[in-house]
Ligand binder design. Structure first.
Ligand SMILES: NC(=O)c1ccc[n+]([C@@H]2O[C@H](COP(=O)([O-])OP(=O)(O)OC[C@H]3O[C@@H](n4cnc5c(N)ncnc54)[C@H](O)[C@@H]3O)[C@@H](O)[C@H]2O)c1
Ligand SMILES: [Fe+2]
Length: 383
């Protein structure tokens, strides 16, 4: 058996009121001025004032960069680096979904190491540590507030590249459910499906361990119990708070277990068709599980328990099938489209998507060995 490392390197402050802890926490770390990295959706939802108020109350200075866009491109990272330098900051505070958090992570790498973001694709491809980084997640998906990844789009290649290193994990994550009540239902649904995909791919990964399972399995339980209610009403504080926890818990799990072909395919599908990341995952997840099942029946049988989708006497195979069925049910109830064709995707880019799928390090750890032809067939089934 191989030796696995497991460490939650981010301190997580969670609960209503966590945002008020930002100022005191950063002041205690000696920060004089940080760059707040966010997007226009966060600004118009009115989510910045509680953050900046907390900084002001603790005499921590700040500048704001609020032009992050979904599926952020390398030019946005360069703009954040420039803003950080011109305001002479000593730390980064990301407020938003995975897009804002990942931009802050990637900018941190470039601030400390120079060059451009494309220089740092892959695992541990940089020398110097990032400036101190803090995260306030406002979606219920990526877990980027605790993960070792940043995903940035290279428009010249229509490619979503990943920077990977344990040193990308933020120092502190502030999980405050009061920051989530402005989430529209479709963003809860998409990002919640991203979190579920992390946890399920994490469970079926050959790199899973009892430690990663503890996190990924509990995330699946929280999502199966809370995602419907959170989509129905993001002001349901129990449901949305549990989804916020689930996304972060799955982040801890999958940062260690890594993922599989759903994410390897979802990145190029999203890059070519400009679909939200969680939606790409949702469209692919059941079809990839149909394909992977014979390579991970015992793990899927365990997943079924978290969906309450078993009854005594079922075989492992039946339980594994029940897990996939439970995921299909959940997706249909929260309004996920039944196929890529339903939202206008065609097979035009399939060849390129297959090629880009194999650029992901997650293909090699998929529970079932996979060929280019297999990926093409899964794409056609999802179409
Ligand atoms: N780093 C990782 O480990 C990791 C893992 C999975 C995905 N990703 C990446 O993260 C990105 C997706 O992040 P995401 O799914 O969190 O979405 P996002 O950050 O792109 O945000 C989606 C939209 O929701 C809005 N929004 C966010 N919070 C809101 C709130 N509380 N109220 C109202 N509106 C709000 C944003 O303004 C934006 O318009 C993708 O680029 C994906 O590839 C990263
Ligand atoms: Fe994801």
């Amino acid at each position: 058996m191989a030796v696995h490392s497991f460490a939650v390197t981010t301190r997580v402050l969670s609960g209503s009121g966590a945002v008020a802890e930002i100022g005191p926490t950063l002041a205690a770390q000696g920060h004089k001025g940080v760059l707040v990295v966010t997007d226009q959706g966060i600004v118009s939802a009115g989510l910045l004032p509680p953050v900046t108020q907390s900084l002001q109350d603790s005499d921590v200075g700040f500048a704001v960069y609020d032009e992050v866009e979904a599926d952020p491109e390398e030019s946005i990272v360069a703009a954040v680096v420039a803003a950080y330098r011109s305001a002479d900051c000593d730390g980064l505070l990301a407020v938003g979904g995975g897009s804002s958090l990942d931009v802050a992570k990637a900018a941190g790498v470039v601030i400390s190491n120079g060059g451009t973001v494309a220089d740092y694709e892959g695992f541990d491809a940089f020398d110097r540590d990032l400036p101190p980084l803090y995260a306030v997640p406002t979606t219920v998906g990526t877990g980027s507030e605790v993960t070792f990844a940043a995903v940035i789009t290279l428009p010249s290649q229509q490619f979503k590249m990943s920077i990977l290193s344990t040193r990308l994990a933020p120092r502190v994550a502030f999980l405050d459910p009061t920051m989530l009540t402005t989430l529209p239902p479709h963003v809860v649904a998409h990002t919640g499906m991203d979190a579920l995909t992390h946890a399920v791919e994490g469970m079926t990964s050959p790199l899973s361990t009892p430690f990663t399972n503890a996190f990924n399995l509990h995330a699946i339980r929280l999502i199966s119990e809370n995602l419907r209610a959170a989509v129905a009403n993001s002001s349901d504080m129990d449901a949305i708070g549990n989804m916020q926890a689930a996304a972060c818990i799955a982040g801890v799990g999958f940062a260690h277990s890594r993922l599989g072909i759903v994410h390897a395919m979802a990145h190029p599908v999203g890059a070519y068709h400009h679909l939200p990341h969680g939606l790409s995952n949702a469209l692919l997840l059941p079809h990839c599980l149909d394909f992977n099942r014979i390579g991970c029946e015992p793990q899927l049988a365990v997943v079924a328990r978290e969906f309450d989708a078993t009854f005594p006497g079922q075989s492992e195979r039946e339980r594994a099938l029940a897990a996939i069925e439970a995921i299909r049910d959940l997706e249909s109830e929260i309004g996920m489209p039944a196929s890529m064709g339903e939202i206008g995707v065609t097979d035009e880019h399939f060849e390129a998507i297959v090629k880009d799928t194999f650029r992901s390090r997650n293909v090699a750890i998929n529970p079932r060995r996979v060929t280019e032809d297999d990926i093409l067939q899964i794409l056609y089934r999802a179409l």
